[in-house]
Ligand binder design. Structure first.
Ligand code: MLT
Length: 393
């Protein structure tokens, strides 16, 4: 037998697994040191009370014959899709509940969506990039081209008309840089996709962090229904990193190569995915209730304040950064010309603070570093104090 040889083309470790391994090795060698983790974007606040109540109620229903449920609908229960549709309406976007499929988080679907596309398509990613888009397409043997996000373009890579791509991954607000596209910039991408008969895979996992008039959805943009699929997640919005739930939106009119894209994805899901558990879907629906929105906004504000604390320390140190405003991520330039991994080691060894080396997100991330605002408040304050002490020398 032969294994999928494309795996030989991957970098040896998934970025966050690599960081966890290095961090754990440091902790094992230095058991007396308190390490503060601002690396992977994992939340630290508990689920909102309304979400926990909905989870419990959903579980209780499963214990009663009359309300017991077996396999969920492949596309998710109608009550959750209805709730997501109303959420879109709250910021002026019309998405029918039958265009929404409930998923177990944006990571799986942004990777798995490749199942419906041929291996000979060219994939465009902006660089630096969330590694999942790249790795999943390397596994499928697709050619990948990059659009560089740099200080010069404000980390908002734009299309190059001389490059032909079939599948385009965009993430806004961006992981890792925190930059958010404007409506005009997204319109340029939509026009490029339409011109090239391409599909935009739009990751909106961080839309809840937008505080200005940046679009919350690709479907705010005219023409996007003809060329885009949107992925969203409750991981960062409502603390579901462990609970697992999100949604994918595919406009019913989206067609390519004589096929309806929703139908293809539904076919794929029915074959390979048995859906998200009933209690978790109840919890997800609770997020979109008025009280749910009020409660999760308290948590979002907490993380936004953490971002402000980190950003103001960088301001004091005179270190260049982006993000932190429409995003939980702060993307900074490594001080004193250090490389990303060099700065990772320097910070871990001298301040016991873990971040994410920008280089792990692609070549354009070289010399940059990402800190997250998802930490506990006291730990964030302590990490910032240590960083200031170390770098103010
Ligand atoms: C990150 O830190 O980039 C994210 O937490 C990774 C993810 O969402 O899978």
């Amino acid at each position: 037998m032969k294994i999928n040889g494309n795996f030989d083309n991957l970098v040896p470790n998934y970025l966050f697994a690599d960081i966890a391994k290095r961090t754990n090795a440091y902790i094992a060698a230095n058991p007396d040191k308190k390490v503060i983790k601002l690396g992977i974007g994992d939340v630290t606040l508990p689920l909102a009370p309304i979400v926990v109540d909905a989870l419990k109620k959903g579980a209780d229903e499963l214990g009663v014959k009359e309300t017991f449920k077996g396999y969920p609908d492949y596309e998710g229960y109608a009550f959750v899709r209805e709730a997501v549709s109303s959420y879109y309406a709250s910021f002026g976007v019309t998405v029918d509940r039958d265009e929404i499929l409930i998923n177990d988080g944006a990571k799986s679907d942004t990777a798995n969506i490749g199942d419906i596309f041929g291996a000979d398509n060219t994939v465009l990613v902006t660089d630096p990039v969330y590694p999942v888009y790249v790795d999943s397409n390397i596994m499928a043997g697709r050619k990948i081209v990059i659009a560089p996000s740099t200080e010069e373009n404000g980390f908002c890579a734009m299309p190059d008309d001389s490059v032909k791509a079939d599948i385009i991954y965009l993430c806004s607000p961006n992981n890792p840089t925190g930059a958010a596209y404007s409506a005009d910039q997204l319109k340029t991408w939509v026009d490029y996709a339409l011109k090239n008969d391409a599909i935009i895979l739009y990751d909106a996992a961080y839309e809840a962090f937008i505080t200005d008039d940046s679009p919350r959805s690709i479907f705010c943009i005219e023409g996007a229904r003809q060329c885009a699929i949107e992925f969203c997640s409750l991981s960062k919005t409502a603390g579901f990193t462990g609970t697992r739930c999100g949604y994918t939106v595919i406009p019913k009119e989206l067609q390519r190569d004589g096929h309806n894209i929703y139908q293809l994805w539904y076919r794929r899901e029915a074959t390979k995915f048995n859906g998200v558990s009933y209690p978790v879907q109840c919890a997800a629906a609770a997020v979109f209730s008025d009280e749910g929105q009020r409660q999760i906004k308290e948590n979002l504000s907490y993380y936004q304040e953490n971002a402000r604390i980190i950003a103001s320390a960088l301001d004091e140190l005179g270190i260049y950064y982006t993000g932190g405003k429409n995003s939980p991520y702060i993307w900074l330039k490594c001080p004193n010309g250090m490389g990303s991994w060099e700065f990772f080691d320097y910070l871990l060894e001298n301040a016991q603070v873990v971040g994410t080396p920008g280089e792990g997100f692609g070549d354009c991330g070289k010399g940059y570093f990402r800190l997250t605002s998802f930490g506990d408040r006291d730990n964030t304050i302590e990490a910032v104090a240590r960083i200031k002490k170390l770098l103010a020398r």
